[in-house]
Design a protein around this ligand. Structure first.
Ligand code: LUZ
Ligand code: MOS
Length: 750
């Protein structure tokens, strides 16, 4: 089944935040944000701006009726700066005016004096100064100290991975509308409607039941709207609260790039020990996470880095420590993979370094260390592994030896073009690492005409979750898709939602929908059994007809619903699902935090133009563990998108802050994401069907984040191509591998 949104998407009829019809009297917002990264506000002069044409009001922290606080995990983040600014782009004042043009004109007239303070942008410097968001955490298994002495080889090094701009096509924003008795309706482009509701409740000091957050869909989220949609909604809601008028605030692209956090850059030190058979015996790693100026989701992101610090390998002795370092950058936040990719990049660098020193291919080390069923992850969970199955299938299906031989042949025959190949296995844990977040609710109504309406906590952001939820209802009721509608996500219909994140949205909300539909089905079967003088257990619904004892009756779905309605049977259900059997003890750093893991293997081949430093990806060939995919079109799309986004992170996307903490790559002219030309020439995806994934909806494993990590292989494929041209090049393990870096390393020492 194709994505239910494709019809309106392709016709431009889908409704996004900015497409919502404006109510007359709507005001428009604009933010005045800090021009410096760190300092004390000495004077803020709004007088000229306030007198500008069309300006209705300018809000500062003094106008906040509740708390000037939007921190989700730690309360360390003011909505509007009071006297201290912590990053370039930090909101200081919020103007609302009759038009957007009026608001922006007023922004230009705001005058500020800031006494500068020292700026930190490097997480290692922050760590030295003890600027930590939370105390460090260490995950360990076995005993690295004693086991290093038994290793035949020990290698040490440093790995750096940079941030990544989310670049959702739809920028952040909100539209807030006053309702009666002080209630406010908030349309927000958020992955977390409840997070928006909670933040606005705190800022306005009004109860959550007064705040109706409604989300039809997002033009992309990628983690950037898990927590960071809150500020814009809170500013807008503040203005609606005070003016009693609808207020719209949608960031333009440059504001969005400047004012919001990104993927966390990490700097890491690693030490890896192997025996003669290339078994990894011990691994130590220290992660310095660049958290930015406030906690945001950094503690949770840091935790996932530790969970994934061994990627898909079993290592018996591990000691992994992570520091969340406070710097004067916008607070970095969730981004597809949520710290996992950064942890996985470090172990891949350690393996690559060992392979380079031992003059072998990294795949020789990767292959024999893949985690097996029964092996223990650093955090105590026992693996049910598909890592070897994926690797072996990829080796056979894509004939890796032949691919490697072709690359060698090409390289021996070509002087100015070189190819590189890398194999990238992945392993990703599915569940929010915070156990309490793993729950969802679904509200299913069957109307008396037989049509069905479903509300859940899931936010559609292009990932196709609404299609999957519709499929759940369709399969239970056995009725055509046209009879089913998936509603907007709304905090008045579904309360206390977890954000749509952690790849878990379809599992959690799909399972809740399954429970709700089954409850209604059970009641309908009783009605049918009475009418057909049969037993409820013998009733089935198939293709819009009731079957009794496998025999088709005359009763249609619509007639059955209508009979139930006449008999005053409840045709609605609100169901709750919480993932069973997961737990984690943060005092021991051990437990069983994940419902299951997703595995896969990719083979990536790149061609480098050794005169120019430019490159292309010839192919990405994947065997991915989908469980039993309930929608191959959607799952393939997620996989392809993840791969290209991962390659972008590792290659061309380069976020650059100046030493003074100002974003230099602040527009699409200076920040490059993969386009259709730079996407791999070929993406082959083999669906490895795996069984026993009962915590996945219909055994169809979560697919949102895991494929991004295949992109890590792009970095190593490029390195291998460069080394084929210049074997003596000393290339730091420092992603992204931009064309500039490729060019420099190609000709280094030549
Ligand atoms: N968000 C979150 C996530 O709050 N917790 C998680 O564990 C997570 N994992 C991946 C992506 N978003
Ligand atoms: Mo996410 S990084 O699953 O919001």
């Amino acid at each position: 089944m194709k994505n239910i949104d494709s019809y309106t998407h392709t016709r431009g009829e889908s409704i996004y935040l900015d497409d919502i019809a404006e109510i007359s009297g709507t005001l428009f917002g604009a933010c005045f944000d800090s021009p410096v990264a760190h300092g004390i506000i000495k004077n803020l002069d709004l007088s000229e701006a306030e007198n500008m044409n069309g300006v209705v009001k300018i809000f500062t922290h003094n106008d906040i009726p509740g708390r000037n606080e939007i921190g989700g995990i730690i309360e360390d983040e003011p909505l509007l700066a009071d006297h201290h600014v912590h990053f370039c782009g930090m909101p200081i004042a919020f103007v609302v005016a009759e038009t957007s043009e009026h608001a922006y004109a007023a922004i230009k007239k705001i005058k500020i004096e800031i006494e500068p303070l020292p700026v930190i942008t490097d997480p290692r410097v922050a760590k030295e100064k003890n600027e930590l968001i939370i105390p460090p955490r260490t995950f360990k298994i076995g005993d690295t100290a004693s086991s290093f002495s038994t290793c035949d080889y020990i290698f040490e090094g440093r790995a750096d991975s940079n941030g990544q701009e989310h670049l959702y096509i739809e920028t952040q924003g909100a539209y807030t509308v006053p309702l009666e008795n002080g209630a406010i309706k908030i349309y927000s482009s958020t992955q977390g409607p409840t997070a928006v509701q909670r933040a606005c409740s705190k800022v306005l000091a009004i109860p959550m039941h007064q705040l109706e957050v409604d989300v039809t869909r997002l033009g992309g989220g990628f983690g950037g709207k898990e927590d960071q949609a809150n500020a814009w909604a809170a500013l807008s809601a503040l203005a609606t609260y005070c003016t009693k008028r609808p207020v719209k605030y949608i960031l333009n692209r440059m504001e969005d790039m400047r004012m919001t956090g990104k993927r966390h850059p990490y700097s890491s030190d690693f030490k890896i020990g192997l025996n003669k058979e290339l078994k990894i015996i011990a691994y130590e790693v220290v992660f310095y996470q660049n958290a930015g100026a406030a906690a945001d989701l950094s503690p949770a992101v840091m935790e996932r880095t530790l969970f994934h610090c061994t990627n898909s390998y079993f290592i018996p002795n591990v000691n992994a420590t992570a520091y969340s370092c406070r710097t004067n950058l916008p607070p970095n936040t969730a981004f597809r993979g949520f710290g996992g990719p950064q942890g996985m990049f470090a172990i891949e660098c350690a393996i690559a370094k060992a392979a380079a020193e031992l003059k072998i291919d990294a795949s020789e080390i990767q292959k024999i260390n893949l985690i097996k069923t029964g092996d223990e992850f650093v955090y105590g969970q026992i693996a049910a592994s598909e890592a070897n199955e994926c690797w072996q299938k990829a080796e056979q299906l894509y004939d890796v030896e032949k691919l490697q031989a072709e690359v060698r042949k090409f390289n021996s025959e070509n002087g100015l073009f070189k190819k590189g190949i890398a194999i990238q296995p992945i392993c990703f844990g599915i569940s929010f690492t915070k156990t309490l977040m793993n729950n969802a609710r679904s509200l299913v109504h069957v109307y008396s005409d037989g049509s069905v309406n479903i509300s859940t906590g899931a936010v559609e952001m292009g990932q196709g979750v609404n299609t999957k939820i519709l499929q759940v209802a369709q399969s239970i009721f056995s009725i055509p898709a046209e009879h089913i509608k998936v509603n907007s996500t709304n905090t008045f219909r579904i309360a206390n939602t977890s954000p749509s994140a952690a790849s878990a949205t379809a599992d959690l909300n799909g399972k809740a929908t399954l429970l709700a539909c089954n409850a209604i089905l059970t009641r309908l079967k009783i009605v049918a059994a009475e009418a057909l003088k049969s037993d409820p257990e013998k009733i089935e619904l198939k293709n819009e007809f009731v079957f009794a004892d496998r025999k088709k009756s005359e009763i249609t779905w619509k007639q059955l619903v209508s009979m139930a309605f006449v008999k005053r049977v409840n045709l609605s259900e609100h169901a709750h699902h919480a993932t069973p059997d997961i737990h984690f003890d943060a005092t021991k750093e051990k437990g069983h935090p994940f419902a299951y893991h997703v595995y896969g293997t990719a083979i990536l081949t790149a061609t480098v133009d050794c005169l120019r430093g430019t490159y292309e990806f010839d192919s990405v060939k994947v065997v991915h563990d989908f469980g039993q995919s309930m929608n191959e079109i959607i799952d393939r799309g997620q996989c392809e998108g993840g791969i290209v986004q991962g390659i972008g992170w590792m290659t061309m996307e380069e976020i650059i802050y100046g030493k003074e903490g100002k974003l230099k790559s602040n527009a699409l002219s200076t920040y490059k994401v993969p386009d259709v030309y730079s996407a791999p020439k070929e993406i082959a995806i083999h669906f490895l069907e795996t069984k026993n994934n009962s915590l996945a909806i219909f055994n169809s494993k979560a697919v949102g984040e895991p494929p991004l990590m295949y992109g890590i292989g792009a970095y190593f494929a490029l390195r291998n191509a460069v080394l084929a041209y210049n074997p003596n090049s000393v290339i730091p393990y420092d992603a992204p591998m931009t064309p500039e870096k490729v060019l420099l390393s190609l000709h280094q020492g030549k």
